[in-house]
Design a protein around this ligand. Structure first.
Ligand code: SF4
Length: 143
């Protein structure tokens, strides 16, 4: 079983109430090969919601909204829930939305809300990778 970001399967779970549909990824779900999960909704955040980015302060990581609300706890809870589901279903692969503070892997937005990107992982992608799940995104998942 593959975990996919729900927004890539066409589910309207994005912060702005929209999705990031990739028809072939939705097909994986419809064929029973993938399970769609949105860590931000699983962490208790509403849709639509304020957009968030990861901010580093020393060794610590926070997830802060555009309005400077600290949403770290919800992002951590969502990551924890996705990691538990991955373990329960013995998932070894995930296709996660690039750049997201939850789902991004390798590159994320830099915390300035200006569209700039830096090296780093979203909280969920990082947790999954640390438990041995191979992470791809909507651009490189066929490689
Ligand atoms: Fe998509 Fe992940 Fe953001 Fe949910 S948390 S909207 S699945 S990128």
């Amino acid at each position: 079983m593959i975990i996919v970001s729900s927004c890539l399967a066409g589910i309207n779970c994005r912060y702005d109430g929209n999705n990031n549909l990739v028809p072939e990824i939705k097909e994986l779900v419809l064929a029973g090969k993938a399970i769609p999960l949105c860590p931000e909704e699983l962490g208790g955040l509403e849709t639509p919601r304020t957009s968030c980015e990861i901010v580093r302060k020393g060794n610590q990581i926070f997830v802060i909204s555009k309005e400077q609300l600290d949403c770290t706890a919800q992002f951590e809870l969502g990551a924890q829930k996705v990691a538990e589901i991955a373990k329960t279903l013995n998932c070894k692969q995930a296709i996660l939305k690039a750049n997201s503070p939850s789902c991004g892997y390798g590159i994320i937005y830099d915390g300035s809300f200006t569209g700039k990107k830096i090296e780093g992982n979203g909280l969920t992608a990082d947790k999954l990778a640390k438990q041995g799940v191979q992470i791809k995104n909507e651009i490189n998942y066929k490689e």
